[in-house]
Each structure stands twice: as C-alpha cells, then as structure tokens.
Design a protein around this ligand. Structure first.
Ligand SMILES: [Ca+2]
Ligand SMILES: [Ca+2]
Length: 184
C-alpha cells in the first residue's frame, strides 16, 4: 500500500526535519518555554505588517540548510508541512514573533487530513509558485518569499483595506492550509 509513493526527498529529509522543528516548537510551547509561542485565542485581525513578520519567521524556519535562500525542496516541504499541521490541528497559528500565536480556526471548513492526491497537487502548486517567485535566477531569497506570501495575504484581503478580518481570516487560513478555496 505504501509502496507507490514517489516523493522520497520530502519524506526522508524535508518533512521530518521541518516537521520536527514545528513539533518541537509546539512541545516547548506546551511546557511553557518562552522560546516558542504558545497558542492563544482566535485572531480578530491580521495586519499586513504582522503577515510580513509571520512570513519572515516562516522563511527562517524553512531555510533548513541556512543558505539564505529556499530550494524548491525546502519550499515544497513548507507547503506540505503547513497543510498537514493545519489540517491535523484544525487551526492555523499566526506566529508573528510574540509569546503567543493567535490562531485561525479552520476545523469546520477544511478537510481534516491531506490525501495523497491532494499532496501531489500541493507539491505541484508549490513547484509552480517557487519558479514564479524565484524568477529567472532560480533563487528564492527572503524578498521573493515575502512577496509571494504577500500575494497570499492580498488574495484574502477581499475589501482591500490592508487588514484581514472575519471571513478574510478564514480565506487566509484556508490558503495557508493549502485547502481548496471556493470562489465565493
Ligand atoms: Ca536553503
Ligand atoms: Ca480586509
């Protein structure tokens, strides 16, 4: 049953490494270590500057080899891990560098797990996003990553006021969870 899976790199290297970092963070938060934020209550709003801070932290966590840029494998691992953690927990944590992360509850609107078919789609989308954002030099540096994450924010900012509230937060949460987003 498990014999046909092809994404060996992510399975053997990317996912465990990045996943372990996230899980270690969650474990530290659970035991009260201030190095990792604890999960707070539901977010009421997310400003574009907080979204930028979140993206900068994500970039640092995702640059597993510390090269200062993301490889397509590092970027793809981030997409898969973001999807799996969000779906498993039922929420998206908004780590913007404080002691607690506000969360966006997606339990009612996103599937609880990532199917193999979906995972293949997520990796394909990640590869596409990577090459689009990296541009001709094929290097995804922090500026490229912030710009890409800003697009995710702008797509969720339905009224264009530079902050996400209510329904917009749900749209953003679904995008972070790489869940299918309806057009409405
Ligand atoms: Ca790197
Ligand atoms: Ca808005």
């Amino acid at each position: 049953m498990a014999g046909g899976r092809k994404s060996g790199f992510l399975e053997k290297i990317g996912l465990p490494a990045i996943g372990a970092a996230f899980i270690a963070g969650a474990a530290m938060a659970a035991t009260g270590d201030i190095a990792a934020p604890a999960f707070g209550g539901p977010a009421q709003a997310l400003s574009s500057s907080d979204a930028d801070r979140r993206a900068a932290l994500l970039f640092a966590q995702s640059d597993l080899d510390g090269s200062g840029d993301l490889s397509v494998e590092e970027f793809s691992a981030l997409s898969v891990v973001s999807a799996e953690l969000a779906r498993l927990s039922g929420f998206v944590a908004l780590d913007v560098g404080g002691e607690t992360s506000r969360v966006i509850d997606i339990a009612d609107v996103a599937p609880a797990s990532v199917s193999l078919t979906e995972r293949t789609r997520i990796e394909a989308v990640a590869s596409h996003e990577f090459h689009d954002a990296a541009g001709p030099d094929g290097v995804l540096d922090e500026d490229d990553f912030l710009a890409l994450e800003r697009e995710r924010f702008i797509a969720a900012d339905l009224n264009g006021d530079g902050a996400l509230k209510r329904q917009e937060l749900s749209v953003y949460g679904l995008r972070v969870a790489r869940a299918p987003v309806s057009a409405s």
